[in-house]
Design a protein around this ligand. Sequence first.
Ligand code: MF3
Ligand code: CO
Ligand code: CO
Length: 243
Amino acid sequence: MRQAGRAAAQVLDYLTPHVQAGISTSALNDLAHDYITNTLNCIPAPLNYKGFPKSICTSVNHVVCHGIPDDKKLKNGDIINIDITVIKDGWHGDTSKMFLIGQCPAHAIRLCKVAQECMHVGINRVKPGVSLYEIGYAIEQYAKKNYCSSVHEFCGHGIGRDFHEKNFQVLHYGDPDLKSFILREGMTFTIEPMINLGKRHIKILNDEWTVVTKDKSLSAQWEHTLLVTHDGVEILTLRTEEQ
Ligand code: MF3
Ligand code: CO
Ligand code: CO
């Protein structure tokens, strides 16, 4: 899992100098695909996963998640989430971050910052004995305190040999049903809050993948793959800029 996590993080670092106004999201997909397969000797998990047609997810502006790379070019002022999942020797690493394209409006910069802080509010609570309820509750409260909303329909997940583990859903709000889901040493899962500037509600486009905000407000997401250690958490997808 450490190797898979490190590889996923390396893909984001590799893409960074290319994430600029004028490049299409399909060109970013192709760069990532080649790097994942040829340089890292990994498999891009999204490709053909439940029919997903590309190797990465690219979610621009009001797209919440699962954006499909296409020929549209990034432009000055856009915000984009790039979500990378790789399989290394059968194990998954899953991580995403926001990129600001050129000069972005202050509200877009603030949203990206609040979304990253929401992820860290969750990560900072991870240790044995803590419930998933506490983590989700803290994330949504932090979003609300900052005049943002947390998406309810999509969540973090247990991860390992499976991309999305059944019966291990990490909701980014306080669901009382999760009070009995207690973290234990050795568990691996993601925290990946999707945070909107407007209301939390979403809709799915006709391509059956692209998730957008219902009110067309901007949305931002950050994701790490985590390991519960004996007394806390290890971030398996930490990038050099975060170390
Ligand atoms: N990487 C996403 C996640 O964080 C899942 C993408 S599924 C795909 O869970 F099929 F759209 F790639
Ligand atoms: Co994930
Ligand atoms: Co992901």
